[in-house]
Design a protein around this ligand. Structure first.
Ligand code: FAD
Ligand code: SIN
Length: 542
């Protein structure tokens, strides 16, 4: 058994920020299923939204966030995160983060940061490192981690499930006391123990066939928390990014919304600017509206993609502002300074997640959730662009402050070792890849941008059958990372469908043709799913 003061599962912006803040105060284990830098954070393009100029204000940022969230944000949470954002961004700069600077010069002779604009924002407020903000954030955080004391890093280690005192039959308050972890290299399952466990496992884009997310995004944290009986909320709100590169050889390549912030416009294949008729902000409308309008244009015209055109801007500007997107598209034979970019919507961000307060506290003492895995109430029914890195930074900081203020002694107990089926199955690969494809295709076809009750029910019955098959398989055979991810995407798919069926209205990212309007009687209610007993699940509106 490995013992620590803090276990952090995940090494994106949220996990690393928490770990850096906790490290001076105790032993920290960072468990991450691939290598440290392989996280959604690494791929972030547009930047971090934060108020850094006197011409902007926290009130405006709050108002934009609330408007995008379609009436479901928790206003106090939005206020806190927006107001604390600039201080956390400054800390990142102090760690060495190199945001791009613009041309204008401040009174003390420094160049101001260049601020990008994205959908739903009323002001330019997105700090960025050209078009590869996430890569620069990870560089800065990982460099700081090298200097940090007390941190043990476990790469290629896959957290399987949380360990709770109730599950062990211990008396007293039920707490999270650790986690079982698969060492992918040895194939052994190890027991990690700590009084504070932080889920920072990111989102679940891989539940869908087409996504902007890297392969790590399989919803493991949500699935683990749910299996441990922790409430999970608002999973119906999957954000589809409107502009993923459409090319047969491009896997998950995002074309940043920041292009639209610099004047790129969406067009259909005949060159018509179809967003003008859909929303006063046209191509820079909030993301749910843009993705839905693209989806409807594609269905109406039979086209398999739309176009994003920035060719009217000077080529040197485009190449300087978007060097990576320019290079990547060129690899596929598209010169974005001369040709419009073929784009399609793809699953991008999980707005719901493990229910927490603004300090990352879950209902289970000892368990925190921060970053994309959490549902704090910041995003409501639709996240405002570039608010996710902000939430990861602010909430990880607050979670660290909160655990440091409430220190807990380690559990005085030896946690039992892991038991699993011993058999190895030669057919495993084919079973796993078949079920994996089936789930992702089913979610894409039936639980996508536009939904109906009939399609949701059809998807539910398929996913439940698959889940049952996976459960049986899971207990018979030795666990592998592929099998664990399959089990988790199936679980998260079921939760998305359950929450979608529970919401009797369309709101933000959840658009149901059978109930197309807001249901005002619902007010600010969330859909909350919580496991009761071994298999039974209850979904309620809270
Ligand atoms: P992640 O960065 O995803 O990190 C999750 C970590 O958990 C990874 O290290 C992963 O390996 C690990 N992990 C997961 N499961 C397990 C397990 N079972 N065991 C062990 N480890 C595990 N947001 C913005 O605000 N601005 C942007 O410009 C922006 N651009 C984006 C561009 C792209 C292409 C994508 C995909 C997302 C973008 N987002 C952006 C969203 C944002 O990047 C993410 O929401 C954010 O980075 C999530 O950070 P996180 O720390 O919560 O999770
Ligand atoms: C982008 O650069 O378009 C992504 C921004 C985000 O997801 O917040």
């Amino acid at each position: 058994m490995k013992e620590f003061d803090y276990i952090v599962i995940g090494s994106g912006i949220a996990g690393l920020t928490f770990a850096l803040k906790a490290a001076p105060h105790g032993r920290v284990a960072i468990i991450t299923k691939k290598h440290l830098a392989e996280a959604n954070t690494q791929y972030a393009q547009g930047g971090i939204a934060a108020v850094t100029k006197p011409t902007d204000s926290a009130d405006l940022h709050v108002a934009d966030t609330l408007r995008a969230g379609a009436g479901l944000c928790r206003e106090q949470v939005v206020q806190t995160i927006v107001e604390e954002g600039p201080a956390r961004v400054q800390e990142l700069i102090d760690l060495g983060m190199d945001f791009t600077r613009g041309e204008s010069i401040s009174a003390d002779g420094e160049r101001f940061y260049s601020l990008g604009k994205e959908g739903g924002h009323s002001k330019r407020r997105v700090l960025h490192a050209k078009d590869a903000t996430g890569r620069e954030i990870m560089r800065a955080l990982l460099a700081a981690l090298e200097r940090a004391p007390n941190v043990s890093v476990f790469e290629d280690h896959f957290a399987i499930d949380l360990i709770t005192s109730a599950k062990l039959g211990l008396s007293g308050e039920n707490r999270c006391v650790g986690t079982y972890v698969l060492d992918r290299n040895s194939g052994e399952v190890e027991t990690f123990c700590a009084p504070h466990v932080v889920l920072a496992t990111g989102g679940c884009g891989k539940v869908y066939l087409y996504t902007t997310n890297p392969d790590i995004a399989t919803g493991d944290g949500v699935a683990m928390a749910y299996r441990a009986g922790v409430p999970v909320a608002n999973m119906e709100f999957t954000q589809f990014h409107p502009t993923c590169l459409y090319h047969p050889k491009a896997k998950s390549y995002l074309v940043s919304e920041a292009l639209r912030g610099e004047g790129a416009v969406l067009k259909d294949l005949s060159g018509r600017e179809f967003m003008d008729a859909a929303h006063p902000m046209a191509s820079l409308a909030p993301r749910d509206i843009v993705a839905r309008t693209i989806d409807s244009e594609m269905k109406r015209t039979g086209a398999d993609h739309m176009l994003l055109d920035i060719t009217h801007k000077p080529a040197p500007f485009i190449i300087d502002r978007f060097p990576n997107i320019y290079r990547k598209c060129l690899e596929f034979g598209i010169d974005i300074t001369k040709q419009p970019i073929p784009v399609v919507p793809a699953a991008h961000y999980q707005c719901g997640g493990v229910q927490t307060d603004v300090d990352g506290r879950t209902e289970l003492p000892g368990l925190y959730a921060v970053g994309e895995v959490a549902n704090t109430g910041l995003h409501g029914a639709n996240r405002l662009a570039s608010n996710s890195l902000l939430e990861g930074l602010v909430c990880a900081h607050r979670a660290a402050q909160s655990v440091l203020a409430e220190p807990q002694p380690p559990a005085d107990v030896t946690l039992p070792s892991w038991h699993s089926g011993a058999a190895e199955d030669p057919d495993e690969l084919v079973v796993v890849s078949h079920n994996w494809d089936e789930i992702r295709r089913c979610m894409w076809d039936y639980v996508s941008i536009v939904r109906t009750r009939k399609r949701l029910l059809r998807a539910q019955s398929r996913i439940e059958n698959l889940l049952e098959e996976i459960r049986q398989y899971y207990w018979d055979f030795k666990v592998t990372a592929d099998l664990l991810e399959l089990r988790n995407i199936a679980q998260v798919a079921e939760l998305i469908i359950q929450c979608a069926l529970q919401r009797p209205e369309s709101r933000g990212l959840h658009y149901n043709l059978d109930s197309p309007g807001h249901d005002e009687a619902w007010g600010q209610r969330d859909t909350v799913a919580q496991r009761e007993g071994r298999r039974k699940s209850a979904v309620r509106n809270a």
